[in-house]
Design a binder for this molecule. Structure first.
Ligand SMILES: *Cc1c(COP(=O)(O)O)cnc(C)c1O
Length: 445
């Protein structure tokens, strides 16, 4: 076993909490051998992706480059990671880490620390970043977030690579997306690079919470809320940008055992509309989906397929982007996903898949609207090969059935010999878990 921790007195005092954790972790590691198992599995898997060997020379151009942030003139001071203060949890405040990384579920446990950055216009703008023990927030009951859902969030992950290093994936994309949502919410914008530096520090403090297995990762939830204690529907002059961390296993409980999910496609519900904010990760987009999700569950279906318009366009599945792999009218294999027309959340997984698939050049790749009547017809003609959702939480989620207008459409996603969704999933996770060196992966030190 190796450790970066040099044993000298100064380090012991400064890293007391880490030392305790390190000893606990060592005991866990020795007993469950999860790292060894992961390494063995990696060796076995090597052969399956050899077909599409990808390297650091992959085209890293953005499919849709994030727009540079334009700060409002009266924003005030920006924050800098170098101004950060750190208040560590006492040994008594440290939480017990989960024993079994495979049974984590999603977002139920949180790490010992959090990051907080306040914005107060009256104090000149952004304040100094702080890392504190994970603690409850105190706010005025009139805080705008509690009345008008002045809130937005991000979803990222930290992965422990096969080399033991911790990596995050394309964080610049999350920061750009977050700033666009801030702008649309009348909330203050910030420098994404500085926030990523703050997050890196938080991750290194809580690094032992990053699971030692490829079946799990540490979910990062940056959040921005308006906390002005006034009831006007207006820009918030005070805001809180914070992040919490949560060790997570796989996102979905699937019904079928093979990992595929079934969907409810009911055209009477709409998730997003032109001119709206369906393309931003704002809390207000998600509350109205919960009842529909419950209805799907009551009908024995796992997720909602969100349709739009008279022609029943497929837009997203649950909180994922959607992809279809099929034989097009020219008889060619084609991967298709809806375009970023305002109804679609600009997923980072989505963008990465488009960039990779275009570089592979093995099949056509297109961003275009497709509809339920098209899906039915392709199924009837045996031309629909795979349908899957994509996102940070699940990477790739294959779909095996859609309940549409009281009919079950069976999708042969799991019946393909060399499924494209598996190739995509394996390639992305190879990058995320550091099996291949790639500029999309950023190592935290
Ligand atoms: C977060 C999210 C996605 C996926 O985005 P990623 O950046 O790939 O995680 C897709 N659709 C919705 C509605 C989302 O909230």
């Amino acid at each position: 076993m190796t450790t970066k921790m040099a044993i000298n007195a100064k380090d012991i005092f400064r890293n007391q909490h880490r030392l305790i954790r390190f000893i606990e972790q060592s005991i866990r590691l020795c007993s469950n051998q999860s790292l060894k198992a992961a390494q063995q599995q990696q060796q076995q898997e090597k052969s399956t992706t050899a077909d599409f060997e990808i390297s650091a020379s992959v085209n890293t151009q953005y499919t849709h480059a994030p727009e540079p942030i334009k700060h409002n003139k009266d924003l005030g001071d920006l924050f800098k990671a170098s101004q950060m203060s750190v208040r560590l949890a006492t040994p008594q405040q440290l939480h017990t880490k989960p024993d079994n990384d495979e049974e984590l579920g999603f977002g139920k446990l949180f790490t010992d620390h959090m990051l907080k950055i306040y914005y107060h216009k009256s104090l000149g703008g952004w304040q100094k970043p702080e890392i504190t023990p994970l603690e409850n927030l105190v706010m005025h009951p009139a805080a705008k977030v509690l009345h008008y859902a002045v809130e937005l969030f991000e979803g990222m992950k930290a992965y422990r690579g096969v080399d033991g290093k911790i990596r995050i994936f394309r964080p610049d994309m999350n920061m750009a997306r977050m700033n666009l949502a801030a702008q649309r919410s009348g909330l203050p914008t910030f420098e994404g690079k500085e926030f990523v530096k703050c997050l890196s520090r938080l991750l290194s403090i809580d690094s032992e919470w990053v699971p030692h297995t490829e079946a799990a990762s540490l979910y990062i939830r940056p959040t921005l809320i308006g906390i002005d204690p006034t009831l006007g529907v207006a820009s918030s002059d005070s805001a809180l940008l914070y992040s919490i961390l949560s060790p997570v296993g796989s996102y979905f409980k699937t019904g079928s055992g093979d990992g595929a999910v079934s969907l409810l496609a009911d055209p009477s519900y709409t998730r997003a509309w032109p001119g709206g904010v369906g393309n931003r990760k704002m809390g207000s987009n998600y509350a109205p989906t919960i009842n529909v999700q419950n209805e799907a569950a009551a009908r024995g279906l796992q997720q909602v397929l969100w349709l739009y318009g008279e022609d029943h366009q497929l837009t997203e599945v649950g909180t994922m982007n959607i992809f279809m792999f099929y034989i097009n009218d020219q008889g060619e294999q084609e991967l298709i996903t809806p375009p970023l027309n305002g109804l679609i959340l600009p997923g980072i997984t989505r963008d990465s898949i488009l960039a990779m698939a275009r570089q592979w050049g093995k099949f056509k790749v297109r961003e275009s609207v497709f509809t339920m009547p098209m899906v039915s017809e392709l199924l009837n003609q045996g031309r629909l090969l795979e349908l899957f959702g994509t996102g940070t939480a699940c990477v790739v989620s294959p779909i095996n059935r859609i309940n549409y207008m009281d009919q079950d459409l069976y999708i042969p996603t799991m019946e393909q010999e060399k499924p494209v969704h598996e190739l995509i999933r394996d390639t992305l996770t190879d990058i995320q878990y550091g099996k291949v060196d790639h500029p999309w992966s950023m190592v935290i030190d």
